[in-house]
Design a protein around this ligand. Structure first.
Ligand SMILES: CC(C)(COP(=O)(O)OP(=O)(O)OC[C@H]1O[C@@H](n2cnc3c(N)ncnc32)[C@H](O)[C@@H]1OP(=O)(O)O)[C@@H](O)C(=O)NCCC(=O)NCCS
Length: 174
């Protein structure tokens, strides 16, 4: 097993393709669309955490360096986007290994991280020091209207958010 963390600009085309293939097994699209999305949305400095088993990419998390606002002041944060373990390897502890690694990488950046997930996944992230952010404590400013309809059911969670941020945080995901 191997864990690696790479900025997007340092990924090979083959690694990007493997990541898109893995994502496509859960978020069904077409590989072409996955790749296109990756090219358009994942920035050069974004962080790609990769779990390899037998030299194959079987786990992946994307940490996107993005901006939020708290009381009109800019707040840089890591948008925790996508976490996945290959289906045949789930429930064997690899998700836990990847989460501990993700947290280590976030700690190094010295900024907090934010994610959204369906309610049923909150218990997974809670195991790894992630905390639920009440719905009145955050707002996402740039989601598209289709996504927004579903977003009301999304839960926000944070890792290493300083307690001094007591009022609402306005997040940009893109
Ligand atoms: C969520 C996911 C990454 C977990 O990976 P995994 O390798 O199966 O997790 P692990 O085997 O390391 O399990 C670690 C712990 O989390 C729990 N867990 C695993 N999947 C869970 C889930 N979907 N919901 C809640 N808890 C979960 C396990 O029971 C285990 O708990 P324990 O330590 O108390 O026994 C994996 O199921 C996955 O890739 N799912 C599809 C993609 C997805 O839903 N991503 C999240 C989008 S918000």
């Amino acid at each position: 097993m191997q864990l690696i963390s790479k900025k997007t600009k340092n990924l090979t085309k083959q690694q990007k393709l493997s990541i898109c293939k893995l994502k496509n097994t859960y978020w069904h699209w077409t590989l072409k669309n996955q790749y296109q999305w990756f090219k358009e949305n994942v920035r050069a400095a974004d962080i790609n955490n990769i779990l390899k088993v037998k030299n194959k990419i079987v786990g992946y998390t994307l940490l996107r360096k993005r901006k939020a606002y708290h009381k009109k002041k800019i707040l840089r944060y890591l948008y925790f986007d996508t976490t996945i373990i290959k289906k045949s390897l789930r429930n064997k502890g690899y998700g836990e290994v990847l989460m501990h690694y993700n947290n280590k990488i976030i700690n190094r950046q010295r900024i907090h991280s934010f994610l959204t997930c369906p309610k049923k996944l909150t218990s997974f992230y809670s195991k790894y020091e992630w905390k639920i952010l009440s719905k009145n404590k955050f707002k996402i400013l740039d989601h598209n209207p289709i996504w927004f309809k579903k977003a009301v059911r999304l839960n926000g969670m944070v890792f290493k958010l300083d307690k001094k941020f007591k009022s609402k945080i306005n997040y940009y995901l893109n």
